[in-house]
Design a protein around this ligand. Structure first.
Ligand SMILES: NC(=O)c1ccc[n+]([C@@H]2O[C@H](COP(=O)([O-])OP(=O)(O)OC[C@H]3O[C@@H](n4cnc5c(N)ncnc54)[C@H](OP(=O)(O)O)[C@@H]3O)[C@@H](O)[C@H]2O)c1
Length: 281
C-alpha cells in the first residue's frame, strides 16, 4: 500500500538546505518531488532511493513552462501536492551600481520570480482541495540586510512581502504560508559555485569589500545546522497553526530583534513628521 504521508515539492534540492530536507523527508517515509537544474546530480546526492517515494525533476526555474510541467508531473505521480518549499536561491553581493543588469535580473529570476511561478502553478491544486502549505525560504537579509548585499536584500524582501500578503489571501481557503528567514547555515551558500559577486567592482566601495571578506571567512563555520532546519520544516508542516514568519538561527533572531528596536526608535523619533501630512480638519 502506498504511503499516506504528505507529499512535498521542494525546489533547489541537490545541495544545502534543500538536500538535507529531501533526505530527511525520504528517511521518514514522505513522498517527495524535488527539483534541480540537474536531475543526475540530484539523484547522486540523494543516494539510493525508493521510486514510490522520490520523484527527481530536472527543472529550469527561469521557465514558467518548466515549473508548470514539474508540478503537473508531481501531482499526477503522487495524486496531489501538500507542502511546497520554495528553497532554490542564491546570494548576490555587490552594490547597486556595481552589478550588471544581467546579474540583477538573474538573481530576481531565481530568488523571486521562480518562487512566484511555483506558487501560481500550485495554488489551483491546493485551492481545489481547500488545503496545502507553502514555505518560502527568504533570509534574515529580507528583514535586516547587511552592507554590500543590496540586491540579495531586495530579492528576499520581495519574498517576505509577497508571503505575508499571500498568507492572508489564502487563509480562508485552508492554505497556510510561512516565510522562513534563516541566518547563516552551513551549506554551499557562500561557496564559489553558489555565491555571485559583481564582475565589475568599484574601488570606492571599501566597506562593501570588507563586508564580503567577512562573510567569505564564515564559509564552513556557520552556526546553522541544515539537518536541524530540515526537522523544523517538517515540524511546521505538521502543526495546526504554523507562524507566518519564522526567523531561523540565533543570529537571525538577534538581527531581527536589533532591527525591530531600531525601527521602533526611528518610528517614534520622526513621528511628528509622519503625522504632519494628513489633511487638517
Ligand atoms: N545558507 C545560508 O546561510 C542561508 C541564509 C539565508 C537564506 N538562505 C536561503 O536558503 C536557500 C537555500 O540555500 P542554501 O543555503 O541551501 O544554499 P546552497 O547550498 O548553495 O543550495 C542552493 C540551492 O538553490 C539552487 N540554486 C542556487 N542557484 C541557482 C540558480 N542560479 N538557478 C537555479 N537554482 C539555483 C540549487 O539548486 P540545484 O543546484 O539543485 O539546481 C541549490 O540546491 C536559498 O534560498 C538561500 O537564499 C540561505
Amino acid at each position: 500500500m502506498k504511503s499516506m504521508k504528505k507529499v512535498w515539492y521542494v525546489t533547489g534540492a541537490s545541495k544545502g538546505l534543500g538536500l538535507a530536507l529531501v533526505k530527511k523527508l525520504l528517511s521518514e517515509g514522505y513522498r517527495v518531488a524535488a527539483t534541480s537544474r540537474s536531475a543526475e546530480t540530484l539523484k547522486k546526492q540523494v543516494g539510493p532511493y525508493n521510486e514510490d517515494l522520490f520523484l527527481p525533476l530536472e527543472v529550469d526555474l527561469t521557465s514558467n513552462e518548466s515549473i508548470e510541467r514539474s508540478i503537473q508531473q508531481a501531482n499526477s505521480v503522487f495524486g496531489g501536492i501538500d507542502v511546497v518549499v520554495n528553497n532554490a536561491g542564491y546570494g548576490i553581493g555587490g552594490t547597486v551600481e556595481e552589478l550588471s543588469e544581467k546579474e540583477i535580473n538573474d538573481s530576481f529570476n531565481i530568488n523571486v520570480f521562480a518562487t512566484i511561478n511555483v506558487i501560481r502553478n500550485v495554488l489551483p491544486l491546493m485551492r481545489a482541495k481547500r488545503s496545502g502549505y507553502i514555505i518560502n525560504i527568504a533570509s534574515i537579509a529580507g528583514f535586516a540586510p547587511a552592507t554590500g548585499w543590496a540586491m540579495y536584500g531586495a530579492t528576499k524582501f520581495a519574498v517576505v512581502g509577497l508571503s505575508e500578503v499571500l498568507a492572508g489571501d489564502v487563509k480562508d481557503l485552508g492554505i497556510k504560508v510561512t516565510v522562513v528567514a534563516p541566518g547563516a547555515f552551513r551549506t554551499e551558500f557562500l561557496s564559489h559555485d553558489s555565491l555571485v559577486l559583481p564582475e565589475n567592482k568599484i574601488e570606492d566601495y571599501k566597506s562593501v569589500r570588507v563586508s564580503h571578506a567577512r562573510y567569505l571567512t564564515m564559509n564552513g563555520q556557520q552556526a546553522g545546522d541544515p539537518e536541524r532546519a530540515a526537522e523544523i520544516f517538517i515540524h511546521l508542516a505538521e502543526i495546526p497553526e504554523p507562524p507566518v514568519r519564522l526567523f531561523m538561527g540565533t543570529d537571525a533572531y538577534n538581527r531581527a530583534k536589533a532591527k525591530i528596536d531600531a525601527l521602533d526608535d526611528e518610528l517614534e523619533k520622526w513621528k511628528d513628521l509622519s503625522f504632519i501630512t494628513d489633511f487638517s480638519g
